[in-house]
Write a protein that binds this ligand. Structure first.
Ligand code: ZN
Length: 185
């Protein structure tokens, strides 16, 4: 069952890759999957570069999904391979699904077009993701900084996200921004 990537998927992947300097110059095999989530695999062969494979569900493909799988490749490459090309001064990306979500959100707003899968987010936030995406991305960047001296940085992140959801949706309607006029009478 060999199916070609759609032109749209190909363009989305190419665009995503411009945000992954760590993967520059490496060849990545992209396949389809019917499974609910995508997957990423590095297969190591002796004496040669690991083979990088990602599988994506193409129906309703999002940058979030592509970014998540590419981040897995960077996670894999980081282990024992040195990762000096990483942007933002990231030494390496710790392994794990939640970690993968946090580092994907932080990388670029492009990858915030849909909710991350593994992080615990309040339902209201999942339902109105676009209203929160920018703030949640800021929290993901803050969490990565926190990690330097806070072991439970993911718990910190999820706590902050809960607070954010309690405050309510961002982006108030313009009318709400109008300051009350003093009464001159
Ligand atoms: Zn994953």
């Amino acid at each position: 069952m060999k199916k070609r990537l759609t032109r749209r998927a190909r363009a989305m992947i190419r665009r995503s890759l411009t945000y992954f300097p760590e993967l520059q110059g490496k060849s990545i095999t992209v396949g389809y999957t019917r499974a609910h989530l995508g997957s990423a695999v590095l297969s190591y062969r002796r004496e040669s570069e690991p083979r990088l494979v990602i599988r994506l569900k193409v129906r309703k493909l999002t940058y979030q999904t592509i970014g998540h799988e590419l981040t897995h490749l960077v996670q894999g490459l980081g282990r024992g391979h040195g990762n000096r090309d990483s942007p933002f001064g990231w030494q390496s990306i710790p392994s794990g699904e939640k970690q993968c979500d946090i580092w994907t959100l932080a990388r670029d707003p492009l990858f915030c077009d849909d909710t991350p899968t593994y992080l615990r987010l309040p339902r209201a936030m999942r339902e109105h993701w676009q209203d929160y995406a920018e703030e949640v991305r800021k929290l993901s960047i803050a969490a990565i900084k926190k990690r330097e001296n806070l072991r439970l940085y993911i718990r910190w992140f999820e706590g902050e996200v809960r607070k954010l959801a309690k405050v309510g949706r961002r982006k108030p309607a313009p009318e709400q921004l109008v300051l009350p006029f003093p009464d001159w009478e």
